[in-house]
Write a protein that binds this ligand. Structure first.
Ligand SMILES: Cc1cc2nc3c(=O)[nH]c(=O)nc-3n(C[C@H](O)[C@H](O)[C@H](O)COP(=O)(O)O)c2cc1C
Ligand code: SF4
Length: 517
């Protein structure tokens, strides 16, 4: 009987040799006349174990990792095809504590299925949500999303149901659904993992959005640095179309929904929704004034639902299992689960999907295993390059949009970047200003000019030049950027700067006076 072997095709796994490992397994199996089926799955998100190879056994899947090409022969010798003992054996995949303690709703299938197999997707609960949505009228479908409490996962946490309702209630000859897959924030990769590991869940979510609001055309705007995502999505869209899940007559309903992939322009600002729409229209990615909201006049001036990948990929589970099931996860006004991405100086960087309410400390130590360097963790940045730096005393904050807002931080896209006590926080503040200066679209003065002046002022502070006066100047500049910028790039750049100044003031002293951590 043939044995099924899983080797991820996720780009992080590929970057550490998954392709070579898959090739070596195929060659070795042929040499030994072993009857194997090689499936290229998505990553389970345990990145320190990639390439993580799994074997389907009578007792479930058994994991081995990190596997290198040179290990393949010894794995065969150890009878890994039947879950044999080997120094790289992790044991049954489902029993790995990192996975066992998670609450995977949006990522339920990632790493389990063959990303491009329609049959696999259906066997694991796929298309149930779409079928449910097709049986509803638009208002009922939109109400499902509202009732689930789902808020946008791209950063601003705006309620998805309200956005969808605005598009539904705006009459037009054409409406669009646009998926924001620009994923430019530091330490974030959950969008990429979904696109590469379970593209049909995104396709299904977008089809549901289209059916709900009356949009017949969708676009996925993928960042240009994600070639594997583009390739998987293109193949998945073609297969979904051939299977009748997309096209002029979705599942025989008489309703149309077409989908295309568009490559991003390679600028951070193209992730901002109005800039993204400009870019999709073939123009330079510059921020548009709001109003009008994209929900009323978006792509080509038509009503447009624009949502992040994770927002849209969370929709099928809501329709398949009911709004109440999703809403039952989480705390306060932060409902459901969040795919959290651990990055930076941590022992175990990876994807953790948990209900809102999990604390930073649990994520950093129970999952992340503390710093990779073995030194104390000093700060984390969460919410991308515009997110605040949080000191150790705030590690007990639960992941909840409001709890984070209360401490001047934001959850954003759920990317956590950890730093140990060797980090220079003045340098990090300077980097935030520099990032803004480089990535500014240039439309408004506080952001365009303010960020360049911000870099200079920080340089003056750390070199000891009129320190107190320049700190006051920096605070004033932050205030101007915060209140005078047109979009959140200029408006949020002060967050990392102000938090660094507030919690790590010693780092801003001239070098000889700076306290060595
Ligand atoms: C400078 C800037 C960059 C952004 N980059 C992204 C991004 O890469 N991906 C994303 O989904 N949202 C990004 N956003 C947020 C989008 O403007 C918008 O809020 C989001 O696409 C709405 O989808 P959601 O409601 O599902 O979160 C960015 C915003 C700003 C100001
Ligand atoms: S804040 Fe910066 S990025 Fe945003 S509109 Fe103004 S110049 Fe452009």
């Amino acid at each position: 009987m043939s044995v099924t072997i899983y080797v991820p095709r996720d780009s992080s796994a590929l970057s550490v040799g998954a392709e070579a490992v898959a090739g070596a397994i195929a060659v070795e199996a042929a040499r030994r006349n072993s009857d194997v089926i090689l499936v290229r799955n998505g990553s389970r998100g345990l990145y320190w174990l990639e390439p993580m190879v799994e074997i389907e056994t009578a007792q479930g899947r058994v994991a081995y990792g990190p596997v290198a090409m040179k290990d393949v022969a010894s794995l065969f010798d150890a009878d890994f095809l039947h879950g044999g003992r080997h120094v790289l054996c992790i044991g049954p995949t489902e029993k790995i504590p990192y996975l066992q303690k998670q609450e995977r709703l949006t990522f339920a299938r990632v790493g389990i299925t063959d990303p491009l197999s329609l049959a696999d997707y259906a066997v694991h609960g796929g298309w149930k949500g779409l079928r449910a949505a097709l049986a509803m009228d638009g208002a009922t479908a939109v109400k499902q999303v509202t009732d689930s409490g789902l808020r946008g996962r791209g950063g601003a946490a705006f309620p998805a149901g309200i956005k969808w309702k605005t598009v539904l209630d705006t009459s037009a000859d054409q409406k669009y659904v646009v998926c924001n897959a620009d994923e430019g924030d530091s330490g974030t990769y959950s969008d990429r993992m979904i696109m590469e590991g379970d593209p049909y869940v995104l396709i299904e979510g977008m089809a549901i959005a289209g059916i709900a609001v009356g949009a017949t055309q969708g676009y996925i705007y993928v960042r240009s640095e994600y070639p594997h995502s583009c390739q998987v999505l293109a193949e998945a869209i073609a297969l979904a179309k051939a299977g009748g899940y997309l096209g002029p007559d979705v599942l025989g309903s008489g309703k149309a929904f077409e989908l295309e992939v568009r490559k991003g322009a390679g600028a951070y600002i193209c992730g901002e929704e109005t800039s993204l729409l400009e870019s999709l229209e073939g123009k330079r990615g510059m921020v548009r004034f709001k109003p009008p909201l994209p929900a009323i006049a978006g792509l080509f001036g038509k009503p447009t639902v624009i949502n992040n990948v994770i927002t849209l990929a969370s929709v099928p589970t809501i329709f398949a299992n009911g709004a109440a099931h999703y809403r039952d996860f989480g705390m306060g006004r932060s409902r459901g689960t969040l795919p959290i991405q651990l990055a930076g100086n941590l022992k175990y960087c990876g994807l953790v999907e948990k209900a809102f309410g999990v604390t930073l400390r649990e994520l950093l130590y129970d999952y992340g295993g503390g710093s990779a360097s073995g030194r104390p963790l000093r700060a984390v940045q969460i919410g991308g390059p515009l997110g605040a730096y949080l000191p150790e005393q705030q590690f007990d904050t639960p992941l909840d949009y409001e709890a984070f807002m209360a401490i001047g931080a934001m959850v954003g896209h759920g990317g956590i970047v950890a730093f140990d006590d060797t980090v220079d926080m003045a340098g990090m503040a300077r980097y935030a200003m520099e990032f803004c200066a480089i990535e500014s679209c240039g439309k408004c003065t506080p952001c365009r000019i303010g960020s360049t002046r911000g870099v200079e002022v920080i340089d003056h502070i750390v070199s000891g030049l009129e320190r107190e006066k320049n700190i006051a100047l920096l605070e004033d500049l932050c205030d101007t950027m915060l209140n005078g910028s047109l979009c959140a790039l200029g408006g949020m750049t002060p967050f990392p700067v102000q938090s660094a100044l507030k919690y790590f003031p010693n780092d801003f002293r001239a070098a000889p006076k700076r306290k060595v951590a």
